[in-house]
Design a protein around this ligand. Structure first.
Ligand SMILES: [Fe+2]
Ligand SMILES: [Fe+2]
Length: 292
């Protein structure tokens, strides 16, 4: 009798212990999911709204002097609506999402094109270069539909076919290809004003709305840093000393400034060189403190 009771007590204690341990393990994760999930949902809604804004007509308006000079030129609208652009970008983002990367779809493409064009416009570069920067920005990550490795080079070649199909002249095609093929920090260089603008725009896009992983308990450092960034803005000052400042607001409960530098230091070095190519200084402000 005593023996049977002992066995029963031991078994019950073990069950209680196991369920308590399971609870202990699950509770913080569930709490984290409950706290963060609505914020991710809000960020996804923000991403969708941004896509609508960035891809509605017209994006930037057509610079009048270029439109008059060459009304048949290849515009960002024609490139964006080309069926190959649509398919490459859709699949590039799907592939990267599958292997755990942040958003690289229409939101990122549209934003990079938009920021790159803005950089050149604010610094007073010619109107057609501004348009080509927007095209290169929109196409810069399509190579990810082939592979993440060397997606700059593969993307440049995919972009070439689209641009030739639309009738773009070879000198413009080469400029866009050079910019797309030089945007990766592992092997890219600011080889032209357009390439420099793409580098600055691409590396500036750090934002909560890029996180595609809906489960915060499995965030990697890229998810955490992007999730922590609630605001990113590339300010371009062209009065007096030319200066570009990346202004970030980071929720330091989610990621530290050190986390940011762990993954973005090489990108910031690339941005500094790109800004210098455009005759400007590069600065980084995090939570209103100048860190670079
Ligand atoms: Fe890229
Ligand atoms: Fe990119």
């Amino acid at each position: 009798m005593n023996q049977r009771n002992d066995a029963h007590i031991a078994e019950t204690a073990e069950q209680i212990g196991q369920s308590a341990a399971a609870d202990l393990g699950a509770r913080p994760k569930d709490q984290m999911r409950r706290t963060v999930a609505p914020k991710i949902e809000a960020a996804v809604a923000q991403r969708e709204a941004l896509v609508a804004e960035l891809t509605s007509e017209p994006v930037l308006g057509v610079p009048a002097e270029v439109a008059q000079e060459d009304p048949n030129r290849v515009t960002i609208t024609r490139v964006r609506n080309h069926p190959h652009t649509v398919a490459y970008l859709k699949n590039a983002n799907a592939n990267l999402k599958l292997i755990g990367y942040t958003e690289h779809g229409r939101r990122h493409a549209g934003l990079v094109g938009h920021i790159a064009a803005n950089v050149l416009r604010r610094l007073g570069f010619p109107a057609r270069e501004i348009e080509l920067a927007e095209i290169a920005g929109y196409l810069h990550d399509i190579g990810n539909c082939i592979n993440r490795e060397q997606h700059g080079q593969s993307g440049a070649l995919l972009a070439k076919d689209i641009m030739f199909d639309l009738g773009m002249p070879i000198d413009e095609v080469i400029l866009v290809m050079g910019a797309v093929g030089n945007h990766e920090e592992e092997r890219g260089h600011a080889v032209s004003t357009i390439a420099a603008a793409i580098i600055l725009a691409d590396k500036s896009d750090v934002h909560r709305s890029r996180v595609q992983n809906a489960d915060p308990t499995t965030f990697d450092i890229h998810d955490r840093v992007n999730y922590a960034a609630t605001r990113s803005f590339l300010r371009v000052d062209s009065n007096g000393e030319r200066r570009m400042t990346l202004e970030l607001t980071i929720d330091t409960e989610m990621a530290s400034v050190m986390d940011y530098f762990e993954i973005f230091l090489s990108r910031m070095v690339m941005c500094r060189r790109a800004a210098e190519f455009l005759g400007a200084r590069f600065g980084l402000h995090i939570n209103e403190v100048a860190v670079l």
